[in-house]
Design a protein around this ligand. Structure first.
Ligand code: G
Ligand code: G
Ligand code: MN
Ligand code: NA
Length: 254
């Protein structure tokens, strides 16, 4: 396809760039980290969503070089935040299940950290709940080894897997990100509110940090703050920003 042809040349053509969406500590209102989101702008296709091109990149065997580039670029940017004196601002990178299952994800993470000299504690790897549900020994082994580097592990879109929350006890993760669909509906739908409360309580009882994604309104922020959620991310605070605007946002908020 045309998209596949263009995708094959996108990395060497410098067509990818990164945007950063702030994660805000709900107690202090300060930015603690950013989620890195990949953007592809192609001269013929325009802006293509990662929802479209990530699966295609996986099929075409392109996700490995793209992922390696992205991880290094994200760590390099976070190292800049350090050298500019913005404080300890972490950076989170999404790793798809297919990417995670590739043989050398650990090596790629290690290499990105050593090349950029970013402190491992400032890097978070976001995996999806689906990956954990497989509950395979190989996956858990890899998670353990990534965590042993000092890297933080976060479970993205949490709550969508319809799993028992108790399975988390056995997993080496540090952060739960409540899926934005629950946040969107929690003020109108009691089931969603109950689930959000349960995730916060359960997460805290296991000493996990709980992040709400898709925070869009002040009322949602108030509910989450009252109910002890640790951090928030969403359009209420900021959309994903280019690197310059992200730095300005951190400075304005500090
Ligand atoms: O930022 P946006 O709403 O366009 O992202 C759409 C989807 O693409 C989200 O599910 C997001 O997690 C995913 N996505 C964005 N950037 C990356 C990335 O760098 N790697 C992977 N695997 N997924 C990404
Ligand atoms: O699946 P993941 O959580 O990685 O998805 C990130 C995507 O969510 C990004 O494409 C980002 O643009 C989008 N996003 C970020 N904040 C909000 C928000 O407050 N509301 C909605 N609907 N989407 C958001
Ligand atoms: Mn994510
Ligand atoms: Na998410």
């Amino acid at each position: 396809s045309r998209v596949a042809d263009e995708l094959a040349g996108a990395l060497s053509g410098n067509e990818f760039h990164l945007v950063f969406q702030p994660l805000v500590d709900l107690k202090s209102g300060k930015v603690t980290a950013a989620e890195t989101l990949l953007r592809w702008h192609n001269r013929y296709l325009g802006v293509v969503s990662p929802e479209q091109f990530v699966p295609l990149a996986e099929e075409l065997g392109l996700i490995r070089p793209i992922g390696e580039w992205l991880l290094t670029a994200a760590c390099r940017e976070a190292q800049k935040w350090q050298s500019f004196g913005l404080g300890d601002i972490g950076v989170a990178v999404n790793i798809s299940p297919r990417q995670f299952q590739q043989g050398d994800i650990l090596t790629i993470i290690e290499r990105a950290l050593s090349e950029t000299e970013l402190a491992p504690r400032l890097l978070t790897i976001e995996i999806t709940e689906g990956l954990l549900l497989a509950n395979s020994e190989e996956v858990i082994n890899k998670l353990d080894r990534i965590r042993a580097l000092g890297v933080t592990l976060s479970v993205d879109d949490f709550g969508t897997g319809y799993s028992s929350l108790s399975y988390l006890k056995t997993l080496p993760v540090d952060v739960l990100k409540i899926d934005r669909s629950f946040v969107a509906d929690m003020l109108e739908n009691l089931d969603d509110a109950t689930l959000v409360d349960a995730i916060i309580a359960m997460g805290h009882s296991m000493h996990l940090e709980v992040v709400a994604e898709g925070v869009e309104t002040e009322a949602q922020l108030a509910y989450l703050t009252e109910n002890g959620c640790d951090s928030g991310q969403g359009y209420y605070f900021s959309p994903p920003l280019n690197p310059t605007r992200f730095r300005d946002f951190v400075i304005e908020r500090s």
